[in-house]
Design a protein around this ligand. Structure first.
Ligand code: SAT
Ligand code: MN
Length: 590
């Protein structure tokens, strides 16, 4: 008798009509074989992978994508639930039957002459009760190799699945990379994603945003847990005590820098558990525990340097795990990957991300694509936490929500309690970045940094957050941060990066109840001089500005929040409506 997995594979073969089928085992020999095939394989006259300078970047390969396929495409991303209301105003919706019909048309025969890769993978460790079994199908060797970095692949998954039909199915074909024939369709009620026409990370590595956030957030809603767009870190103080934090920031707003932070303050150390996704469960002791279901970083290259993120640079130069991929960066004359901000010196002889010679004096564009990325194993990271593989995850004491705001939101603010924290997270706004196609720098509401990733109606998601709070003992403290406030000349007022640790230190003091706070209209602010500024050249005047809660700005902000809440008709939880009403009263708005 065929197992359910074999039936699935057979159906896929019939649909895609590939030349060959290859079932991945996740071994190092396999990775070497696939890299060697990818080096010989040409797409549009260009090898899929090119070896980079092994002296500087061991085991590293370069990939150039189709220039029309460099970021997530939210307008082509759909959540296909039986009713439009279940998907909510936060998602594009399509009727599931219609969506499948559309995708089947694209899929039919699309792997003719190609190899179909079958990737059995697991999100979470094999030992964890929180882990989930998955299978992805793809015809892109680049996607297959990326999945090896980002997830745990192996025959153990097949054994775990056995005859059960309870596994995630991710069906991907890169097709002809035509934006008119590009769709990413989610079917949360069927544990299924269909993706066509793109090879880009969030569109094609289906274990990432598609499964671990959109589908998993829905599973979490049904099963009583949370799938979140969050980094996970452990902060060790000189006594050896480790305090675990979650950090939610929208794409390209510094989650990876946060995850690999090197504290400026002596005696502290940050341990890395994850930089993008956290699955959060209520543990047996009634506290919140988080696991990182992934095994790699898919990080933004531009701006990464020994100055801004030394630990990531060391991770990229580490050769423990095979291979590391660089996508759409530029290349320098020594065959090293290159991007804006990698060093202070400008190198001549740069080849840009589209393969053209680059002249910084004449070319009015960056050499590396602003959303160029590295895909690197978390096992290369020198600050990887001992708890990374812990099947239960780490106990969370603080949750940080941050956006990219030039004004309005102070450097840090603590929510009075869980409910007010959920409210503050639900009204988060952030300037758009290069991580998605579309314009850059507009403010959009991005509650919990999950707006593009919540696989169901976000009003219900807010209620789910409130309900989780009712079930836990000692809920973690919730903080809102903004590293990106600017002065009237457009200059960042806070240095950011390593200095952000000063704010985290304040949070630890608050969690341990060592210090007090200053009440404000929007929550609890640090008392004067409570943030350790030793060794930092910043004036009191700027510090005051960083914490300024400006009435006019907030009146504007509240208008935007109301507009956003209105989209959900009457579904916004009463608790949050009450918080908004209170906020309006505090600012004297009727
Ligand atoms: O493209 S990904 O979704 O994988 C990265 C991001 O936008 O956060
Ligand atoms: Mn992300």
């Amino acid at each position: 008798m065929l197992t359910t997995m074999n039936v699935f594979i057979k159906n896929m073969q019939e649909l895609f009509q590939p030349n060959k089928t290859y079932i991945m085992d996740g071994s190092i020999e396999e990775a070497k074989k696939l890299v060697s095939i990818a080096q010989k394989m040409k797409i549009n006259g260009e090898p899929v992978l090119k070896k980079l300078n092994a002296m500087e970047y061991p085991n590293s390969y370069y990939h150039r994508s189709n220039p029309n396929d460099v970021a997530r495409t939210e307008h082509l991303t759909f959540v296909c639930t039986s009713s439009k209301e279940e998907a909510g105003p936060n998602n594009n919706w399509m009727d599931p039957d219609e969506a499948k019909k559309k995708m089947m048309n694209f899929f039919k025969g699309s792997m003719k002459g190609k190899t179909m890769y079958v990737i059995p993978f697991i999100m979470g460790t094999f030992e964890s009760k929180y882990a989930k079994n998955c299978i992805q199908i793809t015809d892109s060797i680049y996607v297959a190799l990326s999945m090896r970095i980002m997830t745990r692949i192996g025959s153990q998954v097949t054994t775990r699945i056995g005859n059960s039909s309870d596994f995630f199915k991710g069906i991907h074909s890169i097709g002809d990379v035509n934006p008119d024939r590009r769709f990413i369709m989610h079917f949360p009620q069927e544990n299924l994603v269909m993706s066509f026409g793109s090879g880009y990370g969030g569109n094609a590595l289906l274990g990432k945003k598609c499964y671990s956030l959109r589908i998993a957030s829905y599973l979490g809603y049904k099963e009583g847990w949370l799938a979140e767009h969050m980094a996970i870190i452990g902060v060790q103080s000189s006594s050896g005590k480790i305090t675990y934090f979650l950090g939610a920031f929208p794409s390209a707003c510094g989650k990876t820098n946060f995850a690999l932070l090197e504290p400026v303050l002596k005696g502290y150390k940050v341990w890395t558990i994850g930089d993008d996704i956290a699955w959060i469960n209520i543990g047996d002791d009634g506290r919140l525990y988080a696991i990182n279901p992934e095994t790699g970083f898919f990080g933004v290259a531009p701006g990464t340097s020994f100055k801004t993120n030394p630990i990531m640079m060391r991770t990229l130069k580490n050769n423990k795990f095979y291979p590391t991929l660089f996508t759409n960066t530029a290349i320098d004359s020594n065959n090293n990957p290159w991007w804006e901000g990698i060093s202070e010196k400008f190198q001549s002889d740069i080849i840009d991300w589209q393969g053209k010679k680059y002249n910084k004096d004449f070319d009015n564009r960056p050499a590396a694509h602003p959303n160029s990325r590295f895909t690197v194993s978390i096992h290369n990271c020198p600050t990887l936490s001992e708890m990374f593989n812990d099947p239960n995850g780490v106990p969370i004491s603080g949750i940080i929500f941050g956006g990219r705001r030039r004004d309005t939101v102070p450097l840090v603010c603590e929510a009075k309690d869980w409910k007010n924290g959920v409210f503050s997270a639900s009204i988060m706004g952030s300037e758009t970045t290069a991580a998605t196609s579309g314009s850059i720098g507009n403010i959009r509401r991005d509650p919990m940094a999950m707006f593009p990733f919540c696989g169901y109606n976000m009003a219900e998601y807010f209620q789910h957050w409130i309900d989780i709070g009712k079930k836990i003992k000692n809920p973690p403290k919730i903080f809102i941060v903004n590293w990106f406030r600017k002065d009237k000349y457009g200059k960042f007022m806070w240095p950011g990066f390593r200095d952000n640790f000063r704010v985290i230190k304040w949070m630890i003091d608050r969690i341990e109840n060592k210090i007090g706070f200053k009440e404000s209209e929007i929550g609890l602010l640090p008392q004067n001089n409570a943030i350790e500024l030793d060794g930092l050249n910043i004036s009191q005047r700027i510090m005051t500005k960083l914490f300024n809660v400006n009435k006019e700005e907030w009146v504007q902000e509240i208008k935007m929040i109301e507009e956003f809440y209105t989209k959900f008709e009457n579904k916004i939880p009463q608790d949050l409506k009450n918080c908004l009403a209170e906020l309006k009263i505090k600012f004297g708005i009727e």
